[in-house]
Design a binder for this molecule. Structure first.
Ligand SMILES: Nc1ncnc2c1ncn2[C@@H]1O[C@H](COP(=O)(O)OP(=O)(O)OP(=O)(O)O)[C@@H](O)[C@H]1O
Ligand code: NI
Length: 329
């Protein structure tokens, strides 16, 4: 499979109160055509800002360097007009929160209908045809459809239903790349499972590549071909999903897996450092049991430890020895 998206040495700083806060640090990763790459890591580690950098949705106080190439063309240097041709068509997004992402004053049928109309290659369909398409999409997402359902405002639907409506709007353009940010965050366990299963089905149908941003390792394992683990603004491990989950090679990935309910809920000690008080060397060093003097002084390079599996740790070899292959989730 060819490379669809390539992030090369992405650095992101935010200006806050005239201070420059360095958030993303040398983030590099690739997304291949039709693959699902899950991006996991604890809250505040930089998952959403990475997705937003691709979508050019960063706020004005953001300063970005590096390259983001989509099919070889640099997104960051495209004009707004050029990028608009990509976003929402070739590159689409399913946002994090159904509560704030749907227009509260517009009936859901109308919102999805507008989206169908905008993306319709055969322009000029009449309203009846559009409504039929909307109902078709709703039924594919196991939503009731029909006039009664279409007339609902978002607040009249459950969170799970709103989430499905949002998912429908992400897939209408038939994108090549879908960026899905934490689609299960607001949902309880049953709805979360349903949403992940639905996403897997749609992915099969749509055959698009997906960047799936999540806290949920179980969901990542279920959906993803590869997993990128982020910690404090950096990718610390990336590789095939089964390898990352079953034989993690970074101490942070091991900690994340050990903290899963299925692995005994062992909470990792310490906290992610604040971006405003970063120390030199490895950003995980203050929590790491493999810590040596080298880790405090020098930032570890990203080392390829097996084909397609890279780890940002001086001690990955010893760490990997401890992991053992276990099934989880
Ligand atoms: N506009 C902004 N100005 C300053 N800092 C910001 C801004 N947006 C995000 N950040 C900071 O960037 C860091 C990364 O945020 P991001 O939203 O990407 O985290 P995340 O990994 O998606 O977390 P979560 O899992 O909670 O969604 C956080 O420390 C956040 O506070
Ligand atoms: Ni986020």
């Amino acid at each position: 499979m060819g490379v669809l998206l390539q992030i090369r040495d992405l650095n992101l700083d935010f200006m806050v109160d005239k201070k420059r806060i360095h958030v993303l640090n040398h983030v590099s990763l690739e997304l291949y055509e039709r693959e699902v790459l899950a991006v996991i890591g604890e809250t505040g580690c930089g998952k959403s800002v990475t997705g937003n950098a691709i979508l050019r949705l960063l706020p004005d106080n953001a300063m970005v360097s590096g390259n983001i190439l989509y099919k070889g063309a640099d997104i960051s240097s495209m004009s707004d007009q050029e990028f608009r041709l990509l976003r929402g068509k070739e590159i689409a997004a399913i946002p994090q929160s159904p509560g704030t992402s749907l227009n509260p004053l517009m009936r859901v049928g109308l919102q999805v209908g507008e989206c169908v109309r905008e993306n319709d290659r055969k322009k000029g369909r009449d309203s009846k045809e559009i409504l039929m398409k909307v109902d078709g999409i709703f039924s594919r997402l196991r939503l009731p459809g029909g006039a009664g359902f279409r007339k609902n405002f978002p607040c009249e639907l459950s969170v799970g239903m709103c989430q499905r409506v949002l998912i429908s709007m992400g897939i209408i353009p038939n994108p090549n790349l879908l960026i899905v940010d934490e689609p299960t965050k607001a949902l309880d366990w049953t709805l979360r499972k349903e949403a992940v299963e639905l996403m897997a089905e749609l992915r099969e149908e749509a055959k698009c590549a997906m960047m799936f941003i999540t806290h949920d390792l179980g969901a990542a394992k279920y959906l993803a071909d590869r997993i990128a683990v982020m910690y404090c603004g950096e990718v610390v491990e990336i590789g095939p999903a089964a390898q990352v989950i079953n034989t993690p090679r970074h101490p942070y990935t091991q900690g994340l897996i050990a903290s899963m309910p299925a692995r005994g809920f062992k909470v990792m000690k310490g906290f992610m450092p604040s971006f405003q008080e970063l120390h030199s060397g490895c950003r995980f060093s203050n929590r790491c049991e493999w810590l040596t003097g080298q880790c405090r002084e020098t930032e570890p390079p990203m080392a390829e430890t097996a084909r397609g599996h890279a780890v940002k740790c001086f001690h990955w070899n010893r760490v990997a020895g401890r992991a053992g292959a276990k099934e989880c989730c």
